[in-house]
Write a protein that binds this ligand. Structure first.
Ligand SMILES: [Fe+2]
Length: 310
């Protein structure tokens, strides 16, 4: 029976077409055992994962994670408990993603209890951790390459399957995701740019990019360049709102951007993520000298300096 939820990429590497693309590496020709690269969202991807596992009887032996965001490890705990899957993760991501008070750092420092209400069952300790010094990890006798790609999150790691397919995850946005994103979600914009440049220098036959696309090796440079242009445009738009040179509080800037982007977000988690992403952009513009931050009566305000990205 044809499995419409699966799309081949190369060799034993496939992608499960859930709402988030979940890369699958099959351990045998019969497709009875597999390793997942990330595990998607708890809602709605678990339902599809559950159907796929039940219908094909595939056994998930392990999940190798790129980073601890909710759309990448939303089913880790469930797969560990129901399939006995071993969880592999970078040590920094494990530290953040296994303990709500630390995890709140990834969600604009929202109180831990509130985050747990938004994302119940998300945190889980990895069974095995790797570091940025590790260039590979052996899972069930198969060697997966590791590429440190920090920036999107501090421990974000690209994974290369034994077939040579590179899963770049959120280090790069696919063109479709980029056009739909309200703001990029890079924790550290400068680091993320370095990681994209590093990725552009690699030479793998295929790249899987979160959350929807698979690119041929020769298309990847074009995608990383489009990401670079997109970031410059975001910066131009934000600095354009502060053109008059006066100081704006963070809240004033949020309102300006909200209006500029014509946002109609009502979901609390999405609003929180928008706030986080804007905060990261303000930090980058301050670090790179395009904004000056000053405090008045305990309130931070930002002023444009005149420097513009080249
Ligand atoms: Fe992410």
């Amino acid at each position: 029976m044809e499995d419409k939820t699966l799309r081949p990429v190369y060799g034993n590497t496939w992608v499960l077409e859930a709402r988030e693309l979940i890369p699958v590496y099959f351990l045998n020709e019969e497709h009875t055992e597999a390793i997942l690269l990330d595990s998607g969202l708890a809602v709605p991807d678990r339902e599809m994962l559950e159907d796929w596992i039940r219908e094909t009887m595939v056994r998930i032996r392990a999940v190798i994670c790129t980073h601890a965001h909710r759309d990448h490890c939303g089913n880790n705990r469930w797969l560990k408990e129901t399939q006995g899957a071993e969880i592999f993760m970078n040590e920094i991501e494990n530290c953040a993603g296994s303990f709500y008070p630390m995890f709140s750092r990834y969600y604009n420092n929202i109180p831990a209890k509130e985050l747990e209400n938004y994302l119940p069952e998300l945190t889980v300790k990895a069974d095995r951790c790797f570091t940025f010094a590790d260039r590979q990890v052996e899972v069930e006798g198969n060697v997966f390459g590791l590429i440190p790609l920090p920036g999107h999150t501090p421990g974000h790691t690209g994974i290369v399957t034994p077939d040579g397919v590179c899963y770049a995850a959120d280090a790069v946005m696919s063109e479709d995701v980029m056009h739909r994103a309200k703001l990029p979600s890079d924790d550290d914009w400068a680091e993320a740019e370095n990681s994209r440049n590093k990725l552009a220098e690699t030479d793998y036959p295929w790249y899987i990019v979160a959350h929807k696309d698979v690119y041929r090796g020769d298309e990847m440079k074009k995608v990383t360049e489009a990401n670079h242009r997109d970031r410059l445009e975001r910066i131009r738009v934000l600095l354009g709102l502060l053109e008059d040179g006066r100081s704006y509080t963070r809240e004033e800037i949020i309102r300006l951007m909200w209006k500029q982007l014509d946002l109609h977000i009502h979901d609390g988690m999405k609003m929180l993520i928008f706030n986080r992403n804007l905060e990261c952009l303000l930090q980058y513009l301050t670090d790179s000298g395009r904004l000056e931050r000053e405090y008045s009566q305990g309130v931070a305000a930002y002023r444009k300096t005149g420097l513009f990205p080249g």
